[in-house]
Structure formats: structure tokens, C-alpha cells
Design a protein around this ligand. Sequence first.
Ligand SMILES: [Fe+2]
Ligand SMILES: [Fe+2]
Length: 339
Amino acid sequence: MAFAGFGRSQLSYDMFDLARSAAEAKRLAKCENIYHRGQELAWDGKDVLGELLARHGGVHVADAQRAALERVFTIILWGELAAWKISAQLADRLVPLEAKMAATSQAFDEARHFYVMHDYLTALGFKPGRLDRAPQALLDLVLETDDLAAKLMGMQLMIETIALALFQAVREREVEPVLTELLRYFERDEARHVGLGMQYLPSLLTGMSRREGVRLVTFQIRIMYWALTELRLVRSDFETLGIDPRRVIESVRKKQLAAIGAAYEAVGIPFDRDRNLAAMSLNGVVELMFPPVPAPLAARARTAWTAFWRRAQPGSLDVFAPHQHAIRTARGVVAPADG
Ligand SMILES: [Fe+2]
Ligand SMILES: [Fe+2]
């Protein structure tokens, strides 16, 4: 505690003295770049949403799909507020300058996502209420943890990848014209946020004891449990919107394996160490909760057991390419998609 200039200060005076390896310096340079790209690619939410509403003559959603869209995007709205708060926590707590800059830039993006999503839902004539228990439990886990590795893993590598998969699914189904275009802007930003997790989590994994590693995987499994429970909750809404929940799970799985695998491999931890319990559990639980065709419990349990033992391989980062859309920035220029 600090008092009258004595004691421990909140200012990290040693932030420039921290030793870093060449590989870590390279990753931190990428974090710094996330901040600068965030500034170059910042878009004006009022302007973009206003232009889309004018061009499409307001929002147009089929009556049969309205309630489903509202339920799913209530989760997204509060998820954006949680992302704003979590990135602000990280901006405060991460010490290296470059990582702090990237988290600060994310907080700026998430503020825009939150108000734009709120304005969009208002245009839809919808007033969002409280979240159900599962999505609330998921967001609370990440909001409340003091463990920075868990926070970064939970937010940047898990919640962001779920959001990306969901945005992509809704956009591809062209559920509502304004939303279809708006989501391209959101996806472009969220993909950058996954980048912060991939570049900085390795620094937190370095030197982690086996016990801390197991604790991190346990945290991953808890997030996954609530994410799948949430998905089960909105399953019929997904079906109403023409979205196959298993395809969304598969898309999330590929993104998470690629991003988390890259973070582990950056510091030489084989991704499949401990047979990657989080990936194994996901494979098993999906078969139990989301069978491709309705099946009795015993049959689902057998399939789940086989799926559990499937080896997890980190995938290619190409799975993030579909989120790199061309957007119109606040500087009035069209930024082409990243190659
Ligand atoms: Fe966001
Ligand atoms: Fe984000």
C-alpha cells in the first residue's frame, strides 16, 4: 500500500528493465502493432450504423426470427460489456508497455462494439434484459479471476473465438441486412483481440509450474462447460435462424485449437502435453450434448468416450482469414482485408 509517496506504488517503474528473449521481444512488437492497427482501423460506429440503416431503410427481420435474434444478441450485447471491462482490467494489470497498449486498444474497440450493438438493438425495437444463468456464469468467471493467464486465455482465446464463430454464422445466414454488414466490422476488430492472447499468453506460460498449468486447463474446462450449456440454451433460437449449433461448435473448436496451440507452441510446450484435457473434454461433451442425430443416452455416451480419446492437433491460423473484411475507417478510407 502506498502512503504519502512511500510504500509500493501502482506505477511499475521497472517496466523497461524486464529482461526479454528475442522471441518474446518479437511477440511484444506484434502486441504494439495491434495497438497501432487498432488506431488505423478504428471505425466510427455512429457513422457506419447510421449509413447502413439509411441504405437499407431500417432493420428488416422476419417476424418468425425476431425473438430468436433478440435472445442471441442479448448475450452478445452483455458479452461486449464484459469484454470492455476485462480488456480495461488487462490494460491496468499487464506490465509490459506493448501488451498494455494492445489491451488499451481493445478496450477502445469494445466500447464501440457495446454502444453500436445497443444502438442496433434499439433500432430493432428491443430492450435487452438480464442474462440467463449460463452466459452470466461464463462471463463472471473471466471478469472475476485475478489470474492474468486465465483472464487472457478466457477472454482473448476462448470468448473472442466463440464470438467470431457466432458472428460468422449469423453473417453467412444473412439473417438481417444491416447486421450482416455490421458484423464484418466487429469481426475485423475481434480477430485483432485474439492476436493479443496469442502474442502475450506465451509470456505468462513461461515459467508456469505444472500445477499452475493444470489449474489453467481446469479453468478452460469450466469456461467450456458454461459455453456449451449456454449454447444448449439457445439451440432452438439457432435453429430458428437457420444455424446448425454443431457447425458453430466445430468452427469454435478449430479457432481455439489454432490460437491456443500457437500460444503453447511459441514457448515450446507441446500442445498435446497431458493429452490436452480441455480439447479432449470438448470433443466428448459435444457428442453427449449435441449429437448429430437424436440418440439415446447410452449410444451418445459411447460416441462421447471415443471422441474423448481423439488426439488434439493445433490447427492452421488460416481459420481467422474469413474475418479480415474490408472496412470503412473513421479516417474516411476503405481499409482492404488483411492478406
Ligand atoms: Fe467486441
Ligand atoms: Fe473483442
